[in-house]
Design a protein around this ligand. Structure first.
Ligand code: ARG
Length: 458
């Protein structure tokens, strides 16, 4: 059934119908469409635009549709253009005349703007919750690994020793910012477009504030032309989702490296790994690679929607229908990735001795060896040169700084004494770094406590 047959003398070409229709994907928000309609007729009755009897009949009909859709007795079929047409046609079939009054003072333009907002609002909350579950796992790993020493890298070259807790703490911060971005988006988007009509409001005495409050918005939107054509919140959401994917993708890249035969820092659990059809020895980090790979898809949605929106004059234009598949796909992708990634992390094993040996063998304590000399009165630039020479000597001998005998140290500088070994142990190197945000145990303990509080409170 069409909502707009009156003005036409010919049937729509079938290909045009197929090209134009959105029902194959906008059925995703059938529930939001029905809840929006219930709020709309509740307001219409309060304003005496509908009688109480009409309102009740319509709401009963809408609730019946919802129940039948949820228990599978009603099927959404493709002859309707979109979910809005489907629900309205079905309502009229069920309850007859009063059903024809549902759309009083409303257009599909404000209706779809509302449905999409209601849908994404719920999804923002769901993604926020998934991020929290991930952060709970990161937090657990942090608390268990404040003395798991490992190399920190710059340029993918071993730089200075850190701990696994500190390294994971970096991701905790990223995901904390991601959640705060979602919060901002929620607050900014939470204004109700219902009652904006096609673009210019309506002639009926609608109470838009009442509709907004029924649907738990902070209030109505302020400009009816903007209301029906604003897709900023989707662009913001796709941008926030892209950033979440970028963070997960970086994390995945590290896990892939760490899980390789060359690093062996971690072992991905069998239940989160896959094998090769030809090479029997292989255990592949496919999940991490897929998360990394799907990042491009979410970025794609952001760029697509930005591009779609850039040339659209006010107010509603059909181009905007393109927002749906992109947003739905990005949301589903991010939710899937977050759940899988969290499971993979939660079951991963950390090879602590290998991490510590890697830190030692990479001269990550060279800065601390130079600091030792500085603390004994050697100017830093000279100390840098002396340690550089010793590193060269160690590379030549194939040993680490803590394996170099004291007499070799003293040949280069008489300042060295027996306590050099203690000064350059991984433990000392890390423990000395206790400024806020540094890997030292005291500094980490403070952050871990603050993070625990954050997880409790948010
Ligand atoms: N399916 C449409 C969309 O997603 C609904 C709004 C239709 N409005 C219109 N004037 N044709 O944008």
């Amino acid at each position: 059934m069409k909502l707009w047959g009156g003005r036409f003398t010919k049937e729509t070409n079938q290909l045009v119908h197929n090209f134009n229709a959105s029902i194959s994907y906008d059925q995703k928000f059938y529930k939001q469409d029905i809840l929006g309609s219930i709020a709309h007729v509740t307001m219409l009755e309060k304003q005496e635009i509908l009688t109480t009897q009409e309102k009740e009949t319509i709401i009963d009909g809408l609730k019946g549709i919802l129940t039948d859709l949820e228990n599978g007795t009603l099927e959404i079929t493709g002859e309707h253009e979109d979910i809005h047409s489907f629900v309205e046609a079905n309502l009229i079939d069920r309850i007859g005349e009063p059903g024809k009054k549902l759309h009083t003072g409303r257009s599909r333009n404000d209706q779809v703007a509302l449905d999409m907002k209601l849908y994404t609002r719920d999804e923002v909350i769901a993604i926020n919750d998934l991020l929290k579950e991930l952060m709970v796992v990161i937090h657990r790993i942090m608390t268990e690994n404040t003395d798991t020493y490992m190399p920190g890298f710059t340029h993918l070259q071993k730089a200075q020793p850190v701990t696994l807790a500190h390294h994971f703490g970096a991701y905790f911060e990223m995901f904390r910012r991601d959640r705060s971005r979602l919060r901002d988006i929620y607050d900014r988007m939470n204004y109700c477009p219902l009652g904006s009509g096609a673009l210019a409001g309506t002639t009926y005495p609608l109470d838009r504030e009442y509709s907004a409050s029924l649907l738990k918005f902070d209030g109505p939107t302020f400009n009816s032309m903007d209301s029906v054509s604003d897709r900023d919140y989707l662009i913001e959401l796709l941008s926030a989702l892209s950033t979440i994917m970028m963070h997960m993708s970086r994390f995945c890249e590290e896990i892939i490296l760490w899980n390789s035969n060359e690093y062996r820092f971690v072992e991905i659990d069998d239940s989160y790994s896959t094998g090769s059809s030809i090479m029997p020895q292989k255990k592949n980090p496919d999940i991490a690679e897929l998360v990394r790979g799907k990042t491009g898809r979410v970025y794609g949605a952001l760029v697509s929607l930005l591009t779609t929106m850039k040339g659209i004059p006010l107010a509603y234009n059909k181009d905007m229908q393109e927002d749906k598949e992109l947003t739905f796909d990005a949301i589903d992708t991010v939710k899937g990735c977050l759940a899988l990634f969290t499971g993979m992390l939660d079951t991963m094993k950390f090879n602590k001795p290998v991490m510590e040996a890697s830190a030692k063998n990479g001269f990550t304590n060279a800065t601390d060896a130079a600091d030792y000399l500085v603390n004994h009165g050697v100017p830093f630039r000279d100390a840098h040169g002396i340690i550089g020479q010793l590193v060269l000597l160690c590379i030549d001998k194939g040993i680490s700084l803590d394996e170099l005998p004291l007499d070799e140290y003293q040949k280069v500088s008489p300042v060295f004494a027996d306590d050099i070994y203690e000064a350059i142990s991984m433990k000392t190197c890390v423990e000395k770094r206790n400024t806020i945000g540094a890997p030292g145990e005291k500094a980490m303990a403070q952050i871990i406590t603050a993070n625990a509080r954050y997880l409790q409170e948010s």
